[in-house]
Design a protein around this ligand. Sequence first.
Ligand SMILES: Nc1ncnc2c1ncn2[C@@H]1O[C@H](COP(=O)(O)OP(=O)(O)OP(=O)(O)O)[C@@H](O)[C@H]1O
Ligand SMILES: [Mg+2]
Length: 235
Amino acid sequence: MSLKRIIVTNAKGGCGKTTITTNIASHYALQGRTVRLFDHDAQGSSLAWINRRPEDAAPITGVDASKNSDHRLTRSWQLRVPSETDIALIDSPAGTDITEMTSLFQHHDSVLIPVLPSPIDIHATAHFIKALLTTGGTRQQMIRLAVVANRVRKNTIMYHSLERFLFSLNIPFITSLRDTQLYAKAIEMGVGVQELATARNKTDKEQWAPVFRWLDTPVVTRTAPVTSIFNRFEQ
Ligand SMILES: Nc1ncnc2c1ncn2[C@@H]1O[C@H](COP(=O)(O)OP(=O)(O)OP(=O)(O)O)[C@@H](O)[C@H]1O
Ligand SMILES: [Mg+2]
């Protein structure tokens, strides 16, 4: 199997980057894939989650990518992906510098952007996506982007305005994850929601299915040229 690289990012804090990264890691680890999670956030939440994984859980390797912890190694050596890796996941920090972020992009990366249903988050995410699409790294690499709505309470006014915003983007809006304590519980236990031994996660498993379908679709190219996506922001 060839290496799949997945980046979870949004400059906005608290939108669910770590929650989404850890759940993707858990899914592929459960499938028996070799998963390497690069935590670019100095808070180290993803690494702390890996450290809390139960001993008998499917293994996930964590890499502290927030700093060059061993100065004898070059940064690119430290961040290299060993050939046996199936899935390389990147959890990124809030307030991420857009140029630094896009410099990480490689051909055929899948980039997931979580967004919360709140006016501040919608505004910040629109700004972030615009910056992402107009930065060299995104234009040059054939990456593909998708948005995931997170902490959703359907049938609320805010959810409807988030939905309108996401459909206006012309980039895939692949799923809505509900707001549930199960995510905090899973983070605390070092597992993904699908690893929780409860029937209460049935809805969550269903809500994740489109994410894995999208990630497992072979990457050919972006569905729309960057310029046509960008024009939407100009209207
Ligand atoms: N779908 C959800 N339902 C309920 N709580 C959630 C959900 N997604 C995330 N949370 C909670 O929201 C908080 C922020 O989530 P998370 O840490 O994943 O965001 P983040 O984008 O990684 O934050 P940061 O920018 O600080 O790295 C956490 O307490 C998490 O448990
Ligand atoms: Mg985080």
